[in-house]
Design a protein around this ligand. Sequence first.
Ligand code: SAM
Length: 276
Amino acid sequence: MGEDGSQARSEIRRLLDEHGHRPTKAYGQNFLADPNIVRRLVGAAELAQESQVVEIGAGTGAMTAVMASQARTVVAFEVDESLAPLLAETIGDLQNVDLRFEDAAKIQLETVLGEGEWTLVANLPYNVGTGIVLDTLQDAPSVKRIVAMVQREVADRLLADAGSKTYGLPSVTVGLHAVGRIAFSVPRQVFEPVPRVDSAVIVLDRVPAPLLSTRAVELATAGFAQRRKMLRRSLSSVLPDTERVLSEAGIDPTSRPEQLEPMDFVQIAEAEENRR
Ligand code: SAM
C-alpha cells in the first residue's frame, strides 16, 4: 500500500484474494488500480484540512484512505457488506472515516450528512451513477462540489450543450444546478477488473438554482420523453394552454426540446406562473 493508502493493482488483487472477494458486476465493482489516477481524482476535489467529504462506494478503500489523509472527515457509503473485513484491514484504523453500509441510492443524502458544506467524491458504480449525481444536485444543497468518475458516455450526456445529440434531461438538470467540466479522461485499463468502457472524471460546482427549477425539470422531463415531437405537442399534457404559454415565454412552439437551453425551460415555468 502507498504511504497515503493508495493501492496498486497487485495490492488490490492480494486484498481480494485474501478476503475471498469476487468483484460483483451488479454493484459495478471496478476498483481503481492506479494510485496516480486516485491522486488525480482526489486532487480535482481540491480538499483542505477542514473539508467534509462524502464518498459513494468505498470499494477496497483506496480513495477513502487518500481522502482521509487530506480532509477533516470522510463519510463513505458502501452497499456491499461482504467488503467489511477487507475495509477493516485497509481503512479500519482511520479515525476520521465514518463507513456506512447502506445503499446510497435509497438514502436522503441531505438528511444523513452533518452540518456545513460537503464535497462528494466518488468512483461511481455504473448502474446508479447518473441517478446519484442528479439526485445530489436536486436534493442535497449542502453538497457544493461533485467530483465523480463516470462512464465517458455518461460524462458526455451530463455535460452536453443544447443542440447536441447527447443533450437531454440530465444535461438540463446539471445546467440548472451547476457549472461542470470534464477534468480528465480515464482509460479502462486502470480498473480491476477491466470494464468494457472508458471513463472520465467530471467536476460539478454548484451554482444557486433559479426559482422554479423544479418545475423547469418537470417540463423538460415531459419534453424529452417525446424528444422528436414539437414542444406544443409534448408539453400539452403537463402544461395547460401550451401554445400560448410557450409564445409568452418567447419559445417557438414548434421547436423540439433539444433546441432549448436549460434556462429556456425556466422561462416557460415563469410564463406559466405569470398566468396564475
Ligand atoms: N471507490 C472504489 C474505487 O475507486 O476503487 C470503488 C469504486 S467501484 C466503481 C463502485 C463501488 O460502489 C463498489 O464498491 C460497489 O460495491 C459500490 N456500490 C454500488 N452500488 C452502490 C450503492 N447503491 N450504494 C453504495 N455503494 C454502492
